[in-house]
Write a protein that binds this ligand. Structure first.
Ligand code: PMP
Length: 450
């Protein structure tokens, strides 16, 4: 029919490749907007990206919360080149190679007490799903077959695989994708109105953790496997936990034989002034998920850290059976592990895990000066994490995007926007002068872009 022909013509127009940017469907991107005005990085060194149009752009986001040791680290690229020539790939199913063993031993020296076992993945999303599966399988290994429910939190982000979006609490990441996992509940988002412009962790709100007791009363602890939270909510808008809130979650989970999982994909590897947020906040989870900073972003890799007692529960089963039917072709990949080892060398030698603590007060004071802009609704910070939340216009997210875009094109600074919140997480190698440069760029954007 004519209508059919018409539809086909329209289809062809939309899908036909007309430029070199058409074929790649970009993740979490306004593709049509981007392709009209592509923001392309072609190289990077230290604190700066170089763009396709020849500008130096200050990296205020460590890539995507991952390039903690700064860009272009020769030690990492050389280790990667050497490894790929020596041993490009070897399976880690029923055989192995030395690197992930070495990396695991080195990593657990930095984790909180007892988190001595490492399961390697390739991303934060895989770490999330791995942690949820191990939590349920752990209870089964102990004979507690009914403990299968999972508890996440509103605004939580645990990557984009089905497990992660099921426990995650961001509507946009869930609502197009069907019924998801069953047996999942969500705690309330743990940030209270009135906490605006708090420096560091808000004082008020620890009691919000007690909502977990209501869930236990409703379902029975014998049905609940694990609670998963980000110590600092990242993609959900950058919110710090109220003082004492995580400790309270820890007490309740421990009392009820529920595993506590911390998603430290963004807070890990020095972001908040110690190796992990768990270290600094003084709360040790049973399982800790990481990725990103593990390899300084150079090669994809994630790691799930587990308490000894979890690993031991699996090792007590019948010996002839594989203990855990889970893993990835690239778990403990030699080239990624080489990148991880070189990254850890840098973190240790340059004391980068302490750097965020040293710069925290300068970072905090510089950030909070932006409060003078009328459009600013809240400012939040901890370690080298910063967030500026703007009063929204009629269209949620519009102002955040405008600031991000203006910073990129006009102020030569890279910041991130999640909704109308501007998030910052610079490489840990930055100096006070970079903080000045970043805040100056933001201040000009807040004055000129809206
Ligand atoms: N968990 C958290 C807390 C994250 O911030 C992210 C990514 N930003 C992920 C998981 C997912 O990591 P990936 O994109 O590597 O799958």
């Amino acid at each position: 029919s004519a209508k059919h022909v018409q539809n086909n013509i329209q289809m062809t127009e939309v899908t036909m490749s007309t430029s070199k940017h058409d074929a790649f469907w970009m993740p979490f991107t306004a593709n049509r907007q981007f392709k009209a005005e592509p923001r392309l990085m072609v190289s990077a060194e230290g604190m700066y990206y170089q763009t396709e149009d020849g500008r130096n752009v200050l990296d205020g986001t460590a890539g995507l919360w991952c390039v903690n040791a700064g860009h272009g680290r020769k030690r990492i690229s050389e280790a990667v080149a050497k490894q790929i020539q020596q041993l490009d790939f070897a399976p880690t199913f029923q055989m192995g190679h030395p690197l992930p063993f070495e990396l695991a031993e080195r990593l657990v020296k930095h984790t909180p007490d007892g988190l001595n076992r490492v399961f390697f993945t390739n991303s934060g999303s895989e770490s999330a799903d791995t942690s949820l599966k191990i939590a349920i399988a752990y209870h089964k290994a102990k004979g507690n077959h009914g403990k299968t429910r999972l508890i996440g939190r509103e605004k939580g982000y645990h990557g984009t695989n089905f497990g992660g979006i099921s426990v995650g609490g961001l509507g946009n990441n869930r609502k197009s994708f069907g019924s998801l996992l069953t047996g999942v509940d969500h705690l309330k988002h743990a940030w209270k109105p009135g906490s605006e412009f708090t420096k560091g962790l808000p004082e008020d709100g620890a009691e919000m953790a007690d909502e977990l007791l209501d869930m236990i009363a409703l379902h029975g602890a014998e049905t609940i496997a694990a609670v998963i939270v980000e110590p600092i909510v990242g993609s959900g808008g950058v919110f710090m936990p109220p003082q004492g809130y995580l400790k309270r979650l820890r007490q309740i989970t421990e009392q009820h034989d529920i595993l506590l999982i911390f998603d430290e994909v963004i807070t890990g590897f020095g972001r908040v002034g110690e190796a992990f947020a768990s270290n600094r906040m003084g709360v040790t989870p049973d399982i800790m998920n990481t990725a990103k900073g593990l390899t300084n972003g150079a090669i994809p890799m994630g790691a799930v850290f587990l308490q000894d007692f979890i690993y031991d529960a699996f090792m007590q089963g019948p010996e002839e059976i594989i203990e855990l039917f889970h893993g990835y072709t690239y778990s403990g990949h030699p080239v990624a592990a080489a990148a991880g080892l070189a990254t850890l060398d840098i973190y240790e030698e340059e004391n980068l895990f302490q750097k965020a603590l040293q710069l925290e007060s300068y970072w905090q004071e510089s950030l909070h000066k932006l409060r003078e802009h009328g459009v600013v609704k809240d400012i939040r910070n901890y370690g080298l994490v910063g967030a500026i939340e703007l009063h929204s216009s009629e269209k949620f997210g519009e102002r955040g995007y405008k600031i991000f875009n203006h910073c990129y094109w006009k102020q030569n600074a890279l910041v991130r926007c999640t909704g109308d919140t501007i998030a910052m997480s610079p490489p840990l190698i930055l100096e006070e002068s970079h903080i000045d440069e970043l805040m100056n760029a933001l201040s000009k954007s807040l004055s000129n872009a809206l």
